[in-house]
Ligand binder design. Structure first.
Ligand code: NAP
Length: 482
C-alpha cells in the first residue's frame, strides 16, 4: 500500500499544506500511518482563485464525459490499493471499502452518462416568443465530507460538480484525508485540468469555515452532522448561497407481525452493525411487535453476539474498529448514559481489551422512544429495541424524531408495507431489504436529516444555475411604446 506523501493538492500543485500537521492513525492498531500538513486559510484562497477554469466549462458535454469515464477506469485499476488505504485510515472492513471504491468508480461513470445525455428544455410556447431553460456551471463549489465513507462521499460530490463544469474544493474529514488525496491523483491523471480540483485537509473550524465563507465559493455540498450543517447553513444564508446537506439520522427499522424472522433478523443486524454502526442511515431504533417481542429480541441478541469483531484487513471481519479511539470512547460514554437512563444491556456494552478502537455490537431495551438514547444519534454499533402495539402506535413512535433519513420495513404484506412506507417521514424507505444504494436513485433527508437531493440523474442540476432565455419571434417592435 502506498501512503500518499505529505502533500495536499492546492490549485493544481502538490505541496505541503500551510497548516498544522495532522497525524493519521490506523484505528485497528493505534499505529501512526502518515502525517499530512493541513491546509491553511491561504491555501483555501489560492485554491478558490484558481478553480474556475473556463476551458473546462466550455468543453462540449461528451468531451467532459470522456474524461470522467476515464476517472472511473483509473479508480478500478487501483481499486485494491484504494480499498486498503481507506481500511487502514478509517478502520472499515475491506469488504466494505472495496464496495465503496466500486461505488466511486460507478458514480463517475454515471455522471459522465448523465452529462452526455442531459437535455436543454424548450418550454411550451405561450406568446410570440420561444422559451428555453438552460443550465450553466456555478463556478467554484465547496465539498465537505465526513470520515465514515470518504471515497464514496467524495465521488458523489466531485463527479456531478465536475460534470456540471465547476471547479471543486474538497475538504475531507480531519482524521481521514488519505483516500481523498489518492483519488485526486487519479482525477488529474484522467485529464481533468489541474487547478479545477483542490483537496484541502484540516479541521472543520479552520479549513471548512474558510471554504464556506470564501466569496468565490458559490455552493457548498455538505455531508456530516446536523449541528455542523446548521452552522454552515447560517453562513450560506448570509451569502445567499445554495447548499445541499446530507445530515444525521436515527432511523427506525420496523418488524411487522407477519415478517419472516430469518430475513428480518439478518437485515436488521446488517442495518445497524455493518460499518460498525458508523452510518447515517443505520437502523438504530428497532421496532418490534409486542406480540412477537421476546422471539425477535432473542434472535437479534443471538445474531449480534455471533458477529465477528476484528481488524478491517481480515477477510472474515464483520465488525471492524471505530474510526478513532476518541470516537470509540464517545460511543462507550453514550452507552453508559443509556444505562443511567434505565436501559438494560442485552449484549455488548463494554470496551473489549483488544488493542484497536473496538466496540462490540450492543443491543439495549427498556427505554422509551422519548429517551435521549432513542432521540440522539450515536453513530456506533448500538441499537435500541422498542415494542409497539399497533400500526398507529408504530407510526407515531417512528415519526417522533427530529430526523427523517431512512426507514426499514419487514413484512410479507405488500399493502401494509405501502401504508407504512407512505406514513413514515423518511427520505429513503427499504422494504424487505436495508442499506442498499443505487447512484441512479435520488437520496435526501427529511426534517433535520437534510436539505436538497443528491444522486440520481438530476443530482447534476444541484451543481448548476438555471437560466431562462426568451427568443422574440415578432418582426415588428413591441406594441407598448408605440
Ligand atoms: P461533522 O463533525 O459534521 O463533520 C463533517 C465534515 O464537516 C468534516 O469534514 C468536518 O471537519 C467538517 N466540519 C466540521 N465543522 C465545520 C464547520 N464549522 N465548517 C465547515 N466544515 C466543518 O460530522 P462527522 O462526525 O464527521 O460525521 C458523522 C455525521 O455525518 C453523522 O451525523 C452522520 O449521520 C452524518 N452523515 C450523513 C450522511 C448522509 O448522507 N445523510 C452520510 C454520512 C454521514 P472535521 O474533520 O474537522 O470535523
Amino acid at each position: 500500500m502506498t501512503v500518499p506523501a505529505d502533500e495536499i493538492l492546492v490549485a493544481g500543485r502538490w505541496r505541503r499544506g500551510g497548516g498544522a500537521p495532522l497525524e493519521c492513525v490506523d484505528p485497528a492498531t493505534g499505529e501512526p500511518l502518515a502525517v499530512v500538513h493541513a491546509a491553511s486559510a491561504r491555501d483555501v484562497d489560492d485554491a478558490a482563485q484558481a478553480a474556475a477554469v473556463p476551458e473546462w466549462a466550455a468543453l462540449l458535454p461528451h468531451e467532459r464525459a470522456r474524461v470522467l469515464m476515464r476517472v472511473g477506469d483509473l479508480i478500478e485499476r487501483d481499486a485494491d490499493e484504494l480499498a486498503l488505504l481507506q481500511t487502514r485510515n478509517t478502520g472499515k472492513a475491506l469488504r466494505e471499502t472495496r464496495a465503496l471504491v466500486a461505488s466511486a468508480a460507478a458514480t463517475f461513470r454515471f455522471y459522465a452518462a448523465a452529462l452526455e445525455t442531459m437535455e436543454t428544455a424548450l418550454t411550451p410556447q405561450r406568446g410570440p416568443y420561444l422559451t428555453m431553460s438552460v443550465y450553466e456551471p456555478i463556478g467554484v463549489v465547496g465539498a465537505i465530507t465526513p470520515w465514515n465513507s470518504p471515497i464514496a462521499s467524495d465521488a458523489q460530490k466531485i463527479a456531478p460538480a465536475l460534470a456540471a463544469g465547476n471547479g471543486v474544493l474538497l475538504k475531507p474529514a480531519e482524521a481521514t484525508p488519505l483516500v481523498s488525496l489518492a483519488l485526486a491523483r487519479l482525477v488529474l491523471e484522467a485529464g481533468v485540468p489541474a487547478p479545477l480540483l483542490s483537496v484541502l485537509p484540516g479541521s472543520g473550524s479552520v479549513v471548512g469555515d474558510a471554504l464556506v465563507r470564501h466569496p468565490l465559493v458559490g455552493k457548498v455540498a455538505f455531508t456530516g452532522g446536523t449541528s455542523t450543517g446548521r452552522a454552515i447553513g447560517r453562513i450560506a444564508a448570509e451569502k445567499i448561497m445554495p447548499v445541499t446537506m446530507e445530515l444525521g439520522g436515527k432511523s427506525p427499522t420496523i418488524v411487522c407481525p407477519d415478517a419472516s424472522a430469518e430475513q428480518a433478523v439478518a437485515g436488521i443486524l446488517y442495518g445497524i452493525f455493518s460499518s460498525t454502526g458508523q452510518s447515517c442511515i443505520a437502523g438504530s431504533r428497532i421496532f418490534l411487535p409486542a406480540a412477537r417481542y421476546d422471539e425477535f429480541r432473542d434472535l437479534l441478541v443471538a445474531g449480534a453476539s455471533r458477529l465477528r469483531l476484528g481488524p478491517g484487513v481480515a477477510g472474515d471481519t464483520q465488525v471492524a474498529p471505530l474510526v478513532t479511539f476518541a470516537h470509540r470512547d464517545r460511543v462507550a460514554a453514550l452507552v453508559d448514559r443509556a444505562r443511567e437512563e434505565g436501559a438494560r444491556v442485552l449484549c455488548g456494552g463494554a470496551v473489549p481489551s483488544s488493542a484497536g478502537a473496538y466496540y462490540p455490537p450492543t443491543l439495549l431495551e427498556g427505554l422509551p422512544n422519548t429517551s435521549k438514547t432513542c432521540q440522539e444519534e450515536i453513530f456506533g454499533p448500538v441499537g435500541v429495541l422498542l415494542p409497539y402495539v399497533d400500526e398507529d402506535d408504530l407510526v407515531r413512535q417512528a415519526n417522533d424524531s427530529v430526523y427523517g433519513l431512512a426507514c426499514g420495513i419487514w413484512t410479507a404484506d405488500y399493502r401494509r408495507a405501502w401504508r407504512i412506507a407512505r406514513r413514515v417521514e423518511a427520505g429513503t424507505v427499504w422494504i424487505n431489504t436495508y442499506k442498499q444504494f443505487s447512484i441512479s436513485t435520488p437520496f435526501s433527508g427529511m426534517k433535520e436529516s437534510g436539505l436538497g437531493v443528491d444522486k440520481g440523474r438530476d443530482g447534476i442540476l444541484g451543481y448548476m444555475r438555471q437560466k431562462s432565455v426568451y427568443w422574440g419571434l415578432d418582426e415588428g417592435p413591441l406594441p407598448w411604446a408605440g
